[in-house]
Design a protein around this ligand. Structure first.
Ligand code: G3H
Ligand code: 13P
Ligand code: NA
Ligand code: ZN
Length: 325
C-alpha cells in the first residue's frame, strides 16, 4: 500500500540523498513517474495540488495512486510510494485528503503570520498524527518568490533560522519546507537578478546555502524540503520555441546546486515545471512534424516517454534516490 514519509526521510537524511516529489494530474504523468522510479529503483512521492484535485477529481487521483502500487509491482519492482497533498491551504482540505486516503499532507501556512502558521500547522498535525495509520505533515516557513505569484510573495523572504526550532517544537511537523532562493514555475528569477552567458542564456544567482547550513545547525538531522526545484532545462525551452512556443526569460535552479542540496538534510525535492516542459516539447514536436496525427496516444505517448526519461535522469544524476527503494 501507500506509505507515509517517516522512514523514507530518516533514511534519506542519513544517506545524503533526496526523495523525488513529482506532481501528477493525469494517467500519463503517473505512468511516467512510476516507470522511471521502478527502472531506477527509487522511492517516490506522488504529489497532488489543490488544482490537480479540482482538475482530476480526488477519488480518481487516490485510486490512480493506489493503482500505482500495483503497477510498480507489475513492472517488476516494488517501490515505496507516498500520496501527498501539495500546498494544502486549510485544515479542511488536509482533513479531506487524509480521509480520502492520502498518506501525507502539506499545510502551507507560509503566507500567514508566524503565530497563525504555528496554530494551523499544529491543528493539522494533531489530526494527521492521530489517524490509525500515522499521516505525515509537511509545514513551511519562509516565502518563495515567483514572477507568477501574487504581489504578497513578489519578494522572497528566506526562512529565518532562529524560528525553525520553535516552529517544529510547537507544531510537531514531520518535515519543513524552507525558502533559500528557489521559486515556483519556469521564471525563477527576474532577468535583472541574473547574468547572461555568451549565448545570452540567463545564469541565476546561487541558492542561499548559508541559510540552509544555519537551519541544519538548529535542527540536526531534521527532514528539510525544497519546493520550486525545477532546473528549466534550456534544451526543452529551445525545443518548445523551435516548434512555435514562446517562453521568454526562462530560468531555473542549476542541477549542480540541487545535487549539493540533496546531500544535505534536504530529503524531498519538488519538481513539476520540468515535467511540464518535457511533455510540451514532445507534444509540439509531434504536432509540427505530423500535422495529420490526431490520435491522442500518438502525442501523449511520446510525451510520457520524454517525462519518464527526465525523471529517471533526476533520480540517478541529481537527487541520488536511484537504488534506494
Ligand atoms: O507548487 C505548485 C505545483 O507546481 C502545482 O501547480 O497548482 O498548477 O497544480 P498547480
Ligand atoms: P517547480 O515549479 O520548480 O517545478 O516546483 C514545483 C513545486 O514546488 C511543487 O510544490
Ligand atoms: Na538529503
Ligand atoms: Zn511547491
Amino acid at each position: 500500500g501507500l506509505v507515509n514519509t517517516k522512514d523514507l526521510f530518516a533514511k534519506a537524511v542519513k544517506g545524503g540523498y533526496a526523495i523525488p516529489a513529482y506532481n501528477f494530474n493525469n494517467m500519463e504523468q503517473m505512468q511516467a513517474i512510476i516507470q522511471a522510479c521502478v527502472e531506477t529503483k527509487s522511492p517516490v512521492i506522488l504529489q497532488v495540488s489543490s488544482g490537480a484535485r479540482k482538475y482530476a477529481n480526488k477519488n480518481l487521483l487516490k485510486n490512480m495512486a493506489r493503482g500505482a502500487v500495483e503497477y510498480a509491482h507489475e513492472l517488476g519492482f516494488d517501490i515505496p510510494i507516498v500520496l501527498h497533498l501539495d500546498h494544502g491551504d486549510s485544515f479542511e482540505l488536509c482533513k479531506d485528503c487524509i480521509e480520502t486516503g492520502f498518506s501525507s499532507v502539506m499545510i502551507d501556512g507560509s503566507s500567514l503570520s508566524y503565530d497563525e502558521n504555528v496554530a494551523l500547522t499544529k491543528k493539522v498535525c494533531e489530526f494527521a498524527h492521530s489517524q490509525k495509520d500515522y499521516v505525515t505533515v509537511e509545514g513551511e516557513l519562509g516565502v518563495l518568490a515567483g514572477v507568477e505569484d501574487d504581489v504578497a510573495a513578489e519578494e522572497s523572504h528566506y526562512t529565518k533560522p532562529e524560528e525553525v526550532q520553535d516552529f517544529v517544537g510547537k507544531t510537531k511537523v514531520d518535515s519543513l519546507a524552507i525558502s533559500i532562493g528557489t521559486s515556483h514555475g519556469r521564471q525563477k528569477f527576474k532577468p535583472e537578478q541574473c547574468t547572461r552567458n555568451a549565448e545570452g542564456i540567463l545564469i541565476p544567482p546561487p541558492l542561499a546555502f548559508e541559510v540552509l547550513a544555519e537551519i541544519e545547525k538548529k535542527l540536526p538531522g531534521f527532514p528539510i524540503v525544497l519546493h520550486g526545484s525545477s532546473s528549466v532545462p534550456i534544451v526543452y525551452v529551445k525545443e518548445i520555441e523551435k516548434y512555435g512556443g514562446k517562453l521568454t526569460d526562462s530560468v531555473g535552479i542549476p542541477e549542480e546546486q540541487l545535487r549539493k542540496a540533496a546531500k544535505s538534510a534536504v530529503c524531498k525535492i519538488n519538481i513539476d515545471s520540468d515535467g511540464r516542459l518535457a511533455m510540451t516539447a514532445a507534444i509540439r514536436k509531434v504536432f509540427t512534424e505530423k500535422p495529420d496525427e490526431f490520435d491522442p496516444r500518438k502525442y501523449l505517448g511520446p510525451a510520457r516517454d520524454e517525462l519518464k526519461k527526465l525523471y529517471a535522469h533526476k533520480n540517478t544524476d541529481v537527487l541520488g534516490s536511484a537504488g534506494q527503494a
